[in-house]
Write a protein that binds this ligand. Structure first.
Ligand SMILES: Nc1ncnc2c1ncn2[C@@H]1O[C@H](COP(=O)(O)OP(=O)(O)OP(=O)(O)O)[C@@H](O)[C@H]1O
Ligand SMILES: [Mg+2]
Length: 390
C-alpha cells in the first residue's frame, strides 16, 4: 500500500471496528497498560470527527514506517546549561515523555534519589517500583529536571520490550551524533538497519574513560527477566542494555517488586489529602477544593492514587458537573465493575478503572469512532503514540 494513501472515512470506520474486534478477541483477560495514555481522554473531548476520520490513513503510514521510526523532536527541550561542556555533553530532551505541568509532593523520595545517586563517577543505580499510575515516571521526570545540571547527558529509554529499548538506543545514537559527530564507532553504524550494532556502539560510548557523568533512565521495566523464570520469551534482561564499565548513573522504573539493582525505592500512594486535592484542582482547573466537602470526599475516595485523581480531574475540566455528581457516577461505575470485571481484584485497580470507565463512556456517547480509536490505542505502548499521528 502506498503510505501516502488516505483511507476514506467509511472504510476507516469499518477497518477500525474489525481491527479492534480482532485485538479484543485475541486478548481476553489481558490487562491494558494504562500509564499516561489514559489522559488522552481529555484530548478527545475536543477533537472533531473529521480529524478522527483521517486518522486511519495516519496509522497505515505509521505501520509502514515503524521499523525505521524516528520520534518527532517537538517541544520540551532543555539544555544542560551549566554542565561542563566537555566532549560528552548532550542536550537533554523530554520530547518523548509526558511531562505534567504541576508536579506535587514526593520531596522525601526526590531527596532519597539524590542521595542514592550522588557519586564520584562510579556506577550508582536507583530502582523505583510501585503500582501502575502511582507516579514513577513523573517522579523521574521531576528528578531529571531538577538535577539536569549535575549531568553531562541524560538519556530516556523505554525498556518495555526489546524492540522499544533498541529503538531508544537508536534515538540516543542520533542525539549523540547530532552534537558529537566525531563519536567514532557510532558514526560507522547503520542506525536504521543494525540495531544490535547501535546498542553496542552506544554502550561503548557510555563506557569511554572520563564519560562518567551521564544519567540513563530505563522507564517501564515491567517485564523483567528474573533468575529461574526463563519461560517468558518476551521478558527483557536489562543487563544486556547496561554499559559494561562501572560508571554513570541509572534510574529504573518498574511495576515489579523483584528487580534487584542498586537502591530500591517503593513508591506509595500520596498520603496527604492536600496533595490529592492539589492534583484534582490542577487537573480540573477548579479552585478552593478544600472548602468543598464533595471535592474532599472524592479525593478521599480516590485514595492518593495520582492517575485516578488526574483522570477524574481531567473529566471535570471538560464536563460541567459538580463534584457530588461525579462522586455518584464513580460509585455507580465501581459497583458495575464488580459485576462486569469480578477478577479486578485489587482495590487500586478498581479505583483506577472506575474513573477510566466514566471517561470512556462519555467519549463513547459523544463520538463512537473516538471510543473505538481509544480501544485500538489501548494495545499500543504510549511511547508509540503522539499527537501528530492523527
Ligand atoms: N507527583 C505528582 N504530581 C502530580 N501528578 C502526578 C504525580 N505523580 C503522578 N501524577 C499523575 O498521575 C499520572 C500517572 O503517573 P505516572 O505516569 O508517573 O505513573 P507510573 O507509575 O509511571 O505508571 P505506569 O506504571 O503505568 O508507567 C501522571 O500522568 C500524572 O497525571
Ligand atoms: Mg510510567
Amino acid at each position: 500500500m502506498d503510505p501516502n494513501t488516505t483511507v476514506c472515512a467509511p472504510n476507516a470506520t469499518i477497518s477500525l471496528a474489525v481491527i479492534v474486534a480482532l485485538l479484543e478477541a485475541n486478548n481476553q483477560g489481558k490487562h491494558f497498560s494504562y500509564s499516561s495514555k489514559i489522559e488522552l481522554f481529555a484530548l478527545f473531548f475536543s477533537i472533531e470527527l473529521k480529524e478522527l476520520e483521517a486518522c486511519f490513513g495516519g496509522f497505515a503510514h505509521y505501520y509502514l514506517r515503524k521499523q525505521n521510526i524516528r520520534m518527532s523532536d517537538h517541544g520540551n527541550t532543555l539544555t544542560s546549561a551549566s554542565a561542563n561542556r566537555d566532549d560528552f555533553s548532550v542536550t537533554f530532551s523530554l520530547s518523548d515523555v509526558f511531562d505534567i505541568e504541576h508536579f506535587v509532593a514526593r520531596e522525601p523520595e526526590l531527596e532519597e534519589m539524590c542521595k542514592a545517586l550522588s557519586s564520584d563517577g562510579s556506577r550508582q543505580a536507583v530502582v523505583l517500583h510501585g503500582l501502575g499510575g502511582i507516579g514513577k515516571t513523573q517522579l523521574t521526570v521531576a528528578y531529571a529536571k531538577r538535577h539536569r545540571n549535575s549531568y553531562s547527558a541524560i538519556f530516556w529509554l523505554n525498556i518495555n520490550d526489546e524492540d522499544s529499548v533498541k529503538q531508544s538506543f537508536a534515538k540516543m545514537a542520533r542525539q549523540i551524533l547530532r552534537e558529537r559527530p566525531t563519536a567514532a564507532r557510532l558514526s560507522s553504524v547503520d542506525l536504521s538497519e543494525d540495531l544490535d550494532g547501535v546498542v553496542d556502539a552506544v554502550k561503548s560510548w557510555l563506557s569511554l574513560p572520563n564519560n562518567t557523568r551521564w544519567l540513563a533512565i530505563y522507564d517501564n521495566y515491567d517485564n523483567p527477566k528474573l533468575p529461574g523464570h526463563d519461560t517468558d520469551l518476551t521478558a527483557v534482561d536489562i543487563r544486556i542494555f547496561l554499559p559494561e564499565s562501572y560508571q554513570g548513573s541509572v534510574i529504573v522504573t518498574t511495576r515489579s517488586s523483584q528487580v534487584e539493582m542498586g537502591h530500591k525505592i517503593k513508591l506509595r500512594k500520596l498520603e496527604g489529602l492536600q496533595d490529592g486535592l492539589r492534583i484534582l484542582s490542577n487537573a480540573s482547573r477548579r479552585q478552593k477544593l478544600a472548602n468543598d466537602p464533595d471535592a474532599v470526599k472524592l479525593a478521599q475516595e480516590l485514595d492518593g492514587l495520582p492517575l485516578a485523581l488526574a483522570t477524574a480531574g481531567a473529566y471535570l475540566h471538560q464536563v460541567m458537573m459538580s463534584f457530588s455528581d461525579y462522586l455518584r457516577l464513580y460509585k455507580e461505575s465501581w459497583s458495575r465493575l464488580q459485576v462486569t470485571s469480578p477478577n479486578l481484584s485489587s482495590y487500586e485497580d478498581r479505583t483506577l478503572y472506575s474513573t477510566w470507565q466514566i471517561s470512556y463512556e462519555h467519549v463513547e456517547q459523544q463520538n463512537s469512532l473516538s471510543a473505538m480509536l481509544l480501544r485500538l490505542w489501548a494495545y499500543f505502548d504510549n511511547y508509540d503514540l503522539w499527537l501528530e499521528l492523527l
